[in-house]
Design a protein around this ligand. Structure first.
Ligand SMILES: O=C1C[C@@](O)(C(=O)O)C[C@@H](O)[C@@H]1O
Length: 255
Protein backbone atom coordinates (compact mmCIF):
# COMPACT_ATOMS: atom_id res chain seq x y z
CA UNK A 1 0.00 0.00 0.00
CA UNK A 2 1.47 3.36 -0.98
CA UNK A 3 1.92 6.20 1.45
CA UNK A 4 -0.77 8.76 0.73
CA UNK A 5 -0.39 12.45 1.48
CA UNK A 6 -2.55 14.03 4.21
CA UNK A 7 -3.55 16.81 1.85
CA UNK A 8 -4.72 15.56 -1.55
CA UNK A 9 -4.80 17.77 -4.60
CA UNK A 10 -7.42 17.17 -7.25
CA UNK A 11 -6.45 18.67 -10.59
CA UNK A 12 -8.99 17.98 -13.35
CA UNK A 13 -9.95 14.73 -11.61
CA UNK A 14 -6.36 13.52 -11.12
CA UNK A 15 -5.52 13.18 -7.43
CA UNK A 16 -1.97 14.07 -6.33
CA UNK A 17 -1.13 12.33 -3.06
CA UNK A 18 -4.01 9.88 -3.35
CA UNK A 19 -4.16 6.11 -3.66
CA UNK A 20 -2.57 6.03 -7.12
CA UNK A 21 0.88 7.10 -8.23
CA UNK A 22 0.60 9.39 -11.26
CA UNK A 23 2.54 9.13 -14.53
CA UNK A 24 3.55 12.38 -16.21
CA UNK A 25 4.81 12.52 -19.79
CA UNK A 26 7.06 15.53 -20.50
CA UNK A 27 7.15 17.13 -23.96
CA UNK A 28 10.14 19.07 -25.29
CA UNK A 29 9.11 20.25 -28.79
CA UNK A 30 10.96 23.09 -30.54
CA UNK A 31 8.09 24.41 -32.68
CA UNK A 32 4.31 24.80 -32.54
CA UNK A 33 3.85 22.19 -35.26
CA UNK A 34 5.99 19.71 -33.30
CA UNK A 35 4.10 20.58 -30.11
CA UNK A 36 0.75 19.77 -31.70
CA UNK A 37 2.03 16.49 -33.20
CA UNK A 38 3.67 15.44 -29.95
CA UNK A 39 0.54 16.30 -27.95
CA UNK A 40 -1.63 14.12 -30.19
CA UNK A 41 0.84 11.23 -29.82
CA UNK A 42 1.26 11.61 -26.07
CA UNK A 43 -2.49 11.80 -25.39
CA UNK A 44 -2.83 8.37 -27.07
CA UNK A 45 -0.49 6.98 -24.40
CA UNK A 46 -3.02 7.99 -21.73
CA UNK A 47 -0.75 9.73 -19.19
CA UNK A 48 -2.26 11.05 -15.96
CA UNK A 49 -0.48 14.36 -16.49
CA UNK A 50 1.43 16.10 -19.31
CA UNK A 51 4.34 18.51 -18.83
CA UNK A 52 5.24 21.08 -21.49
CA UNK A 53 8.90 22.08 -21.06
CA UNK A 54 8.66 25.42 -22.81
CA UNK A 55 12.38 26.15 -22.32
CA UNK A 56 12.99 23.79 -25.31
CA UNK A 57 10.59 25.84 -27.49
CA UNK A 58 12.31 28.06 -30.07
CA UNK A 59 9.86 30.88 -29.36
CA UNK A 60 9.76 30.52 -25.58
CA UNK A 61 10.50 34.24 -25.24
CA UNK A 62 7.46 35.20 -27.34
CA UNK A 63 4.74 35.19 -24.69
CA UNK A 64 1.89 35.74 -27.14
CA UNK A 65 3.09 32.92 -29.41
CA UNK A 66 3.44 30.55 -26.45
CA UNK A 67 -0.06 31.50 -25.28
CA UNK A 68 -1.55 30.74 -28.70
CA UNK A 69 0.40 27.48 -28.85
CA UNK A 70 -1.00 26.35 -25.51
CA UNK A 71 -4.47 27.24 -26.75
CA UNK A 72 -3.79 25.24 -29.91
CA UNK A 73 -3.12 22.01 -28.00
CA UNK A 74 -5.94 22.43 -25.47
CA UNK A 75 -8.55 20.62 -27.64
CA UNK A 76 -6.29 17.55 -27.88
CA UNK A 77 -5.30 17.53 -24.22
CA UNK A 78 -8.94 17.63 -23.09
CA UNK A 79 -9.06 16.88 -19.34
CA UNK A 80 -5.45 15.81 -18.82
CA UNK A 81 -3.77 18.26 -16.40
CA UNK A 82 -0.90 20.24 -17.94
CA UNK A 83 2.23 21.26 -16.04
CA UNK A 84 3.76 24.34 -17.64
CA UNK A 85 7.50 24.47 -16.97
CA UNK A 86 9.91 27.18 -18.12
CA UNK A 87 12.98 25.60 -16.51
CA UNK A 88 15.78 27.95 -15.42
CA UNK A 89 19.10 27.25 -17.21
CA UNK A 90 20.92 26.84 -13.89
CA UNK A 91 18.66 23.89 -12.99
CA UNK A 92 18.67 22.02 -16.30
CA UNK A 93 16.78 24.44 -18.58
CA UNK A 94 17.57 24.23 -22.30
CA UNK A 95 18.63 27.87 -22.63
CA UNK A 96 19.25 30.99 -20.58
CA UNK A 97 16.49 33.65 -20.49
CA UNK A 98 16.11 36.85 -18.46
CA UNK A 99 13.72 36.53 -15.52
CA UNK A 100 11.28 39.12 -16.92
CA UNK A 101 10.98 37.08 -20.13
CA UNK A 102 10.29 33.88 -18.18
CA UNK A 103 7.72 35.70 -16.05
CA UNK A 104 5.90 37.18 -19.06
CA UNK A 105 5.67 33.77 -20.74
CA UNK A 106 4.47 32.05 -17.56
CA UNK A 107 1.81 34.75 -17.01
CA UNK A 108 0.63 34.49 -20.61
CA UNK A 109 0.33 30.70 -20.28
CA UNK A 110 -1.66 31.06 -17.05
CA UNK A 111 -4.03 33.56 -18.66
CA UNK A 112 -5.27 30.80 -21.03
CA UNK A 113 -6.64 28.70 -18.18
CA UNK A 114 -4.77 25.70 -19.62
CA UNK A 115 -1.65 25.82 -17.46
CA UNK A 116 -3.13 23.81 -14.61
CA UNK A 117 0.14 23.64 -12.72
CA UNK A 118 3.22 25.85 -13.04
CA UNK A 119 6.65 24.52 -12.04
CA UNK A 120 9.38 26.99 -11.04
CA UNK A 121 12.62 26.52 -9.12
CA UNK A 122 12.72 27.34 -5.42
CA UNK A 123 16.08 29.07 -6.04
CA UNK A 124 14.43 31.96 -7.93
CA UNK A 125 14.48 35.35 -6.25
CA UNK A 126 11.65 36.08 -3.83
CA UNK A 127 10.14 38.72 -6.11
CA UNK A 128 9.90 36.26 -9.02
CA UNK A 129 8.36 33.55 -6.85
CA UNK A 130 5.81 36.00 -5.42
CA UNK A 131 4.86 37.25 -8.90
CA UNK A 132 4.35 33.69 -10.18
CA UNK A 133 2.41 32.76 -7.05
CA UNK A 134 0.06 35.71 -7.54
CA UNK A 135 -0.53 34.82 -11.21
CA UNK A 136 -1.08 31.15 -10.32
CA UNK A 137 -3.62 32.15 -7.67
CA UNK A 138 -5.45 34.48 -10.01
CA UNK A 139 -5.71 31.73 -12.64
CA UNK A 140 -6.92 29.16 -10.09
CA UNK A 141 -3.90 26.99 -10.95
CA UNK A 142 -1.38 25.20 -8.72
CA UNK A 143 2.30 25.72 -8.00
CA UNK A 144 5.21 23.26 -7.97
CA UNK A 145 8.41 24.58 -6.42
CA UNK A 146 11.33 22.44 -7.45
CA UNK A 147 15.01 21.78 -6.82
CA UNK A 148 17.45 19.99 -9.16
CA UNK A 149 21.01 18.80 -8.80
CA UNK A 150 22.29 17.08 -11.95
CA UNK A 151 25.69 16.28 -10.40
CA UNK A 152 25.13 14.61 -7.06
CA UNK A 153 22.79 13.68 -4.23
CA UNK A 154 22.93 16.02 -1.23
CA UNK A 155 22.53 14.65 2.31
CA UNK A 156 19.25 13.26 3.64
CA UNK A 157 18.98 16.29 5.91
CA UNK A 158 19.43 18.70 2.99
CA UNK A 159 16.71 16.98 0.92
CA UNK A 160 14.32 16.85 3.88
CA UNK A 161 14.91 20.52 4.66
CA UNK A 162 14.60 21.52 0.99
CA UNK A 163 11.16 19.89 0.71
CA UNK A 164 10.07 21.74 3.86
CA UNK A 165 11.52 24.99 2.50
CA UNK A 166 9.52 24.59 -0.73
CA UNK A 167 6.37 24.08 1.34
CA UNK A 168 7.17 27.17 3.40
CA UNK A 169 7.70 29.20 0.21
CA UNK A 170 4.13 28.37 -0.79
CA UNK A 171 4.32 25.29 -3.02
CA UNK A 172 1.18 23.24 -3.50
CA UNK A 173 3.56 20.42 -4.47
CA UNK A 174 7.21 20.44 -3.34
CA UNK A 175 9.48 18.66 -5.85
CA UNK A 176 13.11 17.56 -5.97
CA UNK A 177 15.31 15.73 -8.51
CA UNK A 178 18.92 14.75 -7.76
CA UNK A 179 21.65 12.66 -9.37
CA UNK A 180 22.93 9.56 -7.58
CA UNK A 181 26.50 8.32 -7.82
CA UNK A 182 25.68 4.95 -6.27
CA UNK A 183 22.65 2.98 -5.04
CA UNK A 184 23.06 4.31 -1.53
CA UNK A 185 22.34 7.80 -2.92
CA UNK A 186 19.03 6.46 -4.24
CA UNK A 187 18.21 5.21 -0.75
CA UNK A 188 19.13 8.63 0.66
CA UNK A 189 16.60 10.28 -1.67
CA UNK A 190 13.88 7.80 -0.78
CA UNK A 191 14.61 7.94 2.94
CA UNK A 192 14.45 11.74 2.92
CA UNK A 193 11.19 11.61 0.98
CA UNK A 194 9.76 9.10 3.47
CA UNK A 195 10.76 11.34 6.37
CA UNK A 196 9.25 14.40 4.74
CA UNK A 197 6.02 12.53 4.07
CA UNK A 198 5.67 10.91 7.48
CA UNK A 199 7.09 13.62 9.72
CA UNK A 200 6.80 17.03 8.16
CA UNK A 201 5.13 17.76 4.83
CA UNK A 202 1.39 17.14 4.52
CA UNK A 203 1.35 18.10 0.83
CA UNK A 204 1.74 15.87 -2.25
CA UNK A 205 5.43 15.45 -3.09
CA UNK A 206 7.40 14.61 -6.21
CA UNK A 207 10.96 13.33 -5.83
CA UNK A 208 13.28 11.31 -8.01
CA UNK A 209 16.78 10.04 -8.33
CA UNK A 210 17.91 10.62 -11.92
CA UNK A 211 20.16 8.75 -14.37
CA UNK A 212 20.63 5.00 -14.87
CA UNK A 213 21.32 4.34 -11.20
CA UNK A 214 18.27 6.27 -10.10
CA UNK A 215 15.78 4.57 -12.43
CA UNK A 216 14.43 2.39 -9.66
CA UNK A 217 13.18 5.50 -7.82
CA UNK A 218 10.89 6.23 -10.77
CA UNK A 219 9.32 2.79 -10.30
CA UNK A 220 9.06 2.43 -6.52
CA UNK A 221 9.48 6.03 -5.30
CA UNK A 222 5.79 6.23 -4.55
CA UNK A 223 6.16 3.58 -1.81
CA UNK A 224 8.26 6.16 0.03
CA UNK A 225 6.02 9.15 -0.54
CA UNK A 226 6.56 10.47 -4.05
CA UNK A 227 3.27 11.06 -5.86
CA UNK A 228 4.26 11.26 -9.51
CA UNK A 229 6.84 9.77 -11.91
CA UNK A 230 8.11 11.35 -15.12
CA UNK A 231 7.97 8.74 -17.90
CA UNK A 232 8.94 8.85 -21.56
CA UNK A 233 6.35 9.43 -24.28
CA UNK A 234 8.20 10.73 -27.35
CA UNK A 235 11.47 11.96 -25.83
CA UNK A 236 12.97 12.00 -22.34
CA UNK A 237 13.36 15.39 -20.65
CA UNK A 238 15.89 14.11 -18.09
CA UNK A 239 18.22 11.12 -17.73
CA UNK A 240 16.80 7.84 -16.40
CA UNK A 241 13.17 8.28 -17.45
CA UNK A 242 11.53 4.98 -18.44
CA UNK A 243 9.00 4.51 -21.31
CA UNK A 244 5.42 4.84 -20.11
CA UNK A 245 4.40 1.33 -21.24
CA UNK A 246 7.26 -0.27 -19.28
CA UNK A 247 6.44 1.65 -16.12
CA UNK A 248 2.77 0.77 -16.38
CA UNK A 249 3.66 -2.95 -16.61
CA UNK A 250 6.00 -2.72 -13.61
CA UNK A 251 3.37 -0.88 -11.56
CA UNK A 252 0.84 -3.59 -12.41
CA UNK A 253 3.29 -6.22 -11.15
CA UNK A 254 3.87 -4.34 -7.89
CA UNK A 255 0.21 -3.50 -7.21
O1 LIG B 1 11.88 18.58 -12.88
C1 LIG B 1 11.52 17.67 -13.58
C2 LIG B 1 11.90 16.29 -13.31
C3 LIG B 1 12.78 15.77 -14.41
O2 LIG B 1 14.01 16.46 -14.36
C4 LIG B 1 13.07 14.28 -14.22
O3 LIG B 1 14.16 13.96 -13.74
O4 LIG B 1 12.22 13.46 -14.54
C5 LIG B 1 12.08 15.99 -15.75
C6 LIG B 1 11.66 17.42 -15.99
O5 LIG B 1 10.98 17.53 -17.22
C7 LIG B 1 10.81 17.91 -14.85
O6 LIG B 1 10.51 19.28 -15.02
Amino acid sequence: MRLESKVKLNVRGKVFGGEKNLACIPMIPATREALIEETKMVVELKPDVIEWRVDYFEKAADAEYVKESLEAIAPYVEEIPVIFTFRHACEGGAKEYPQDVRLATIKAALSTGHADIVDIEACNDKEFIEAVKAAVKEAGSRLILSFHNFKETPSEEFIYEKLKEERDLGADIPKLAVMPQNFNDVLTLMRATYRARTEAVDLPLITMSMGEIGKISRVIGDLYGSDMSFVVGKAASAPGQIPVAVVNELWKLLA
